[in-house]
Design a protein around this ligand. Structure first.
Ligand code: FAD
Length: 396
């Protein structure tokens, strides 16, 4: 293998998108993935694009910048990424939720977004599958869905077409470090060197960085998901049940330091924020998810899956008739402030981080990849890089 300019560790959506952006600029790129492409969170997620559930800060800017790219991204990559902006419906079941959502809708114009509060009759008129006793719904104009496999593989294909080498089934055992510089990676078949190593290892980024005595503050945040058989009905929107415990619902708000979902909170049920029901183009329903800090435990629990299914069935009872095809747990790469780590790693040269997208990495992928590419090539970034600078957590 000829010496690449850039070695990327991890074949999820972020690694593949970065490979594409750098190959497009003529760099020699090699990506190493220990399993298959999409083996991590990029093949285990809820497939939602939902900018209106982002914190009102740079996370929203990043997600909206991506939302503007999705409609034409498939064409650019030469792949059908099955992006559909259906609009989203947040189902309201109680008066307390109605009050919360009234406040939420009123706040949307302040961030340049639009949402509508619908009473039960209007909500059911627009989405007939909603339960007859639903109190109402919020229509969020930006809600939508995408096929995360096709997106990731689309990036991979487009990167290969532009000369990148993507190697699956090759684990990076450690980062090679000489003094204050990361110089390459160690694999079972030998060492590889390059000018720049990009760590895009998702929830596994922390242990990999530790092999070079570096601290990357990424924690796996587990989420359980379910997929059903193709439904005989058509869901017009992406649906979101509101969490049953209203105190845990932080819709579009930053989480306070002691909020549920933060490490330290009871890692058991009831799960943290974020539930969704999306219908794929093949009519299957993708439903989830929970939120737990349980390390890298891949096993969904019966209680977790029951919670996921009950939340969905309560707001759209027809879902209860469907057969379940599969349940699984995936790992969001969670950071302490919920923002990704994009740019040079603290304390060393030669290592760039492209990780930490937590529960939004599909929706944040296109512009994140451009930001990382800009950090590598020293080009002007499409958004300010500072908020995502890994050095914000201090030196290793
Ligand atoms: C349950 C769940 C629901 C989600 N829902 C949504 C959603 O609706 N919308 C959204 O935008 N985002 C969602 N996300 C988040 C999104 O899936 C992630 O943010 C995104 O996929 C992260 O991509 P990544 O490439 O950083 O990580 P991953 O996809 O995890 O990729 C990392 C890759 O690195 C590889 N790797 C690790 N260690 C090594 C090594 N030593 N050597 C070689 N390779 C290695 C892994 O095998 C893996 O393939 C969800 C995530 C989960 C778990």
């Amino acid at each position: 293998m000829t010496r690449p300019d850039v070695l990327i560790v991890g074949g999820g959506v972020i690694g593949c998108a970065v490979a594409y952006e750098l190959a497009k600029q003529g760099l020699r790129v090699t990506l190493l993935e220990r399993a298959g492409l999409c083996a991590g969170a990029s093949g285990a997620n809820a497939a939602l694009i939902w900018p209106q559930a982002m914190h009102r800060d740079v996370a929203l800017d990043l997600t909206l910048a991506c939302a503007r790219l999705f409609p034409t991204l498939g064409e650019e990559l030469g792949a059908d990424i099955e992006y559909r902006r259906t609009g989203g419906m947040v189902a309201i079941e109680t008066d307390a939720q109605w009050a919360q959502m009234t406040e939420y809708v009123a706040g949307q114009p302040a961030v340049g977004l639009h949402a509508e509060l619908l009473d039960g009759a209007e909500a059911r008129r627009r989405e007939p599958l909603l339960a007859p006793d639903i109190r109402g719904a919020v229509f969020a104009e930006h809600g939508g869905t995408i096929n995360p496999f096709r997106l990731t593989l689309g990036y991979a294909h487009a990167a290969r077409v532009r000369g990148a080498t993507l190697v699956t089934g090759t684990e990076v055992l450690s980062l090679l470090r000489r003094g204050d510089r990361v110089t390459g990676v160690r694999t079972p078949t030998g060492d590889l060197e390059s000018e720049v190593v990009i760590l895009a290892g998702g929830a596994w980024s922390g242990p990999l960085a530790a092999t070079a005595n570096l601290r990357v503050p990424v924690t796996p945040r587990q989420g359980m998901m379910v997929v059903t058989e193709p439904a005989p009905f058509h869901l017009r929107h992406v649906l979101k049940p509101i969490k049953s415990d209203t105190d845990m619902w932080r819709f579009s708000q930053p989480w306070p330091p002691d909020a549920p979902g933060k490490p330290g909170y009871d890692p058991n049920l009831p799960p943290g924020k974020g539930m969704g029901v999306a219908q794929t183009v093949t009519r299957n329903l993708v439903i989830g998810s929970t939120s737990r800090f349980v390390g890298l435990d891949r096993s969904p629990t019966l209680a977790g899956i029951r919670y996921v299914l009950e939340s969905a069935r309560r707001i759209a009872p027809a879902i209860g008739q469907l057969r379940m095809l599969r349940a699984w747990a995936g790992f969001r790469p969670y950071t302490p402030d919920g923002l990704p780590l994009l740019g040079p790693a603290p304390g060393v040269d030669g290592l760039v981080l492209a990780t930490g997208h937590d529960g939004s990495g599909i929706g944040m992928s296109p512009v994140s990849a451009r930001l990382v590419a800009a950090a590598v090539t020293k080009a002007d970034p499409p958004l300010p890089l500072e908020p995502f600078d890994p050095r914000r957590f201090g030196d290793s």
